[in-house]
Design a protein around this ligand. Structure first.
Ligand code: SF4
Length: 213
């Protein structure tokens, strides 16, 4: 087996272990529509999903449609999302993206990477989240857990999300991309915690070059 085959085989085994450990892994943001997921994902930048889920029930009640976000008062919207951090920037992104969706896409969230990343405040991470969750497009969300754990597992030596996305897309089968992200996020929250990984309790320990148990 050459070294590339070895890495792929290790990735396959890691995927199998993660699937056993986190069979129910899924997106932890709460939403009822494509547009709500887009808003929740914008809010989740530099913020926990838990905090976003505390804010969105009232937010989506107050602004029930794409129109209501698009035509909202910016400073009021900014106050409404204050506890998610970066509220002024996020309010601008939410209003701007909603306005574009309304004017250019007939009120429907677009379903391509190119169109999504042209929306104000939407980068690849947010676009991949929407594509995977709403449109079943094979995609990976490279968040802080994916960055950390893909490095610890020795698959990459970079913090660049786009480089990590490319490597991970090559290593894992595309029908598993969406699920992989959710499983790695669950693992990062429960076991491979930033700065204090619980290697002695980790199912991936035998396959992980960073194992210190
Ligand atoms: S063995 Fe340790 S560093 Fe490796 S994935 Fe598990 S918890 Fe993280």
């Amino acid at each position: 087996m050459d070294s590339k085959e070895k890495v792929k085989s290790r990735a396959e085994n890691i995927l199998t272990l993660l699937q056993k450990e986190y069979p129910d892994a899924k997106c932890s943001l709460h939403y009822q529509s494509h547009h709500e997921l887009l808003i929740a994902t914008i809010l989740s930048a530099q913020c926990t999903d838990h905090r976003v889920n505390q804010v969105t029930p009232n937010l989506f009640k107050k602004y029930p449609t794409v129109q209501s976000f698009a035509h909202s008062n910016l400073s009021e919207l900014s106050k409404d999302i204050h506890s998610c951090g970066y509220h002024n920037q996020k309010a601008k992104s939410i209003q701007g993206a909603s306005l574009t969706i309304l004017n250019e896409y007939n009120g429907e969230v677009p379903n391509t990477m190119d169109a999504l990343i042209r929306l104000p405040g939407v980068g690849r991470k947010t676009a991949n989240c929407v594509l995977g969750q709403c449109f079943n497009v094979p995609s990976m969300v490279i968040d802080t857990h994916m960055v950390r754990i893909m490095n610890l597992l020795g698959f990459v030596e970079t913090k660049d999300p786009q480089k990590i996305e490319l490597v991970a897309m090559d290593l894992f089968p595309e029908e598993k991309w969406v699920k992989l992200t959710h499983m790695v996020i669950d693992h990062g929250r429960a076991i491979c915690i930033a700065r204090r990984p619980q290697c002695s309790d980790c199912i991936l320990a035998p396959l992980c070059p960073s194992n210190h148990s």
